[in-house]
Design a protein around this ligand. Structure first.
Ligand SMILES: O=P(O)(O)OC[C@H]1O[C@H](O)[C@H](O)[C@@H](O)[C@@H]1O
Length: 316
């Protein structure tokens, strides 16, 4: 298990409200759980600040998590919402990040739980809870610090409402030299049958097709999945235009982005799933689609003291 001293949980109790009307937040040294009074819940591992579970009020899981996912801090989590920073994939031609492992170090670092706020405590009426996490240079392993020697901070918030999950990141350059970074929220959405899934909102958008020699193509019509799919879209209509995942014609997830220009659509399909040791069951590719909101084409340059902010809200 990840074992790290942690701050005490922010108490989410409101005097005068019965327990069943309050957000219930629990945490130990490795994870934070929050349950809304209406029954929806999330779980976030401190390892990677990875959201590993998002359940509806009946207890049905909305994210896909591999049965063989490592949750003990030995490997990035296969499923949920791993965080990609400061490099998407690998970047052999980008000197500053070329030595980093695939997808950087955010998903394999141990984050701090900074506390929580609820609609009860903030006076909002939306029955929500926000969990805050932080990572900075001092949290990194010596190895990561050596490979990416920039003072930085990441502030990550995960907001649950009865009908949405929001994730937001603020990247701050805390050093006196500029750095360049990429960011992506690698969301594994759970679906019933991938062959019935269609994705709208990407029409007429340019994309890089990573399974076809990284050719740039243009999407015509909706996206359907019938084989290995690994595409980096820059949606033509911008971040606030929703990307909608439908099954059998009914919308199941609507993703709206803020300041994140790109959307990766990924499904490993049969062979790639078979080749991943932590992907179980092997036919699990039928039950997932990754819709990954990010800023990954090119680089975000942060001058000393600058901050970059990006977010997504996934509604059901
Ligand atoms: O196996 P991982 O390092 O978790 O990466 C999983 C996937 O992430 C993204 O979706 C990339 O576009 C894919 O090329 C990659 O295969």
């Amino acid at each position: 298990m990840v074992d790290r001293p942690n701050k005490p949980a922010a108490l989410a109790t409101t005097p005068g409200l019965p327990p069943q009307a309050q957000v219930n937040i629990t945490h130990d040294n490795s994870r934070v759980n929050a349950v809304l009074p209406s029954g929806e819940s999330i779980e976030v591992l401190l390892y990677g600040a990875t959201v590993t579970s998002w359940k509806d009020r009946a207890g049905n899981e909305r994210l896909w998590l591999s049965d063989a996912a490592k949750l003990d801090g030995s490997k990035a989590v296969r499923g949920g919402i791993p965080l990609v920073f400061p490099v998407f994939g690998t970047a052999p031609d980008h000197a500053a990040t070329s030595k980093l492992p695939q997808h950087g170090f955010a998903r394999t670092s141990i984050w701090e739980f900074m506390g929580s706020s609820t609609s009860e405590s903030t006076g909002k009426s939306d029955n929500s809870v926000k969990l805050d996490f932080g990572l900075s240079q001092s949290n990194l392993t010596d190895e990561s610090k050596k490979l990416w020697p920039h003072p930085f901070s990441l502030q990550y918030s995960v907001t649950l409402t009865p009908d949405s999950l929001g994730t937001g990141m603020v990247i701050t350059n805390q050093g006196d030299q500029p750095f360049e970074a990429q960011l992506l929220m690698h969301t594994y959405l759970r679906v019933k049958d991938i062959t019935k899934v269609s994705v709208t909102g990407l029409e007429e958008s340019d994309y890089v097709d990573k399974v076809d020699a990284a050719k740039t193509k243009k999407q015509s019509g909706t996206v359907t999945i019938s084989g290995e799919t690994d595409r980096v879209y820059t949606p033509a209509k911008g971040p606030s235009h929703p990307v909608v995942v439908s099954e059998g014609g009914a919308a199941t997830f609507t993703v709206v982005r803020d300041n994140l220009d790109d959307v990766v659509v990924w499904n490993p399909w049969i062979e790639k799933a078979a080749g991943m040791g932590d992907f179980e069951p092997k036919d699990g590719y039928k039950n997932m689609i990754c819709i990954e909101a990010g800023a990954v084409k090119g680089w975000q340059k942060l001058e000393a003291g600058d901050a970059f902010e990006g977010a997504q809200v996934i509604s059901v």
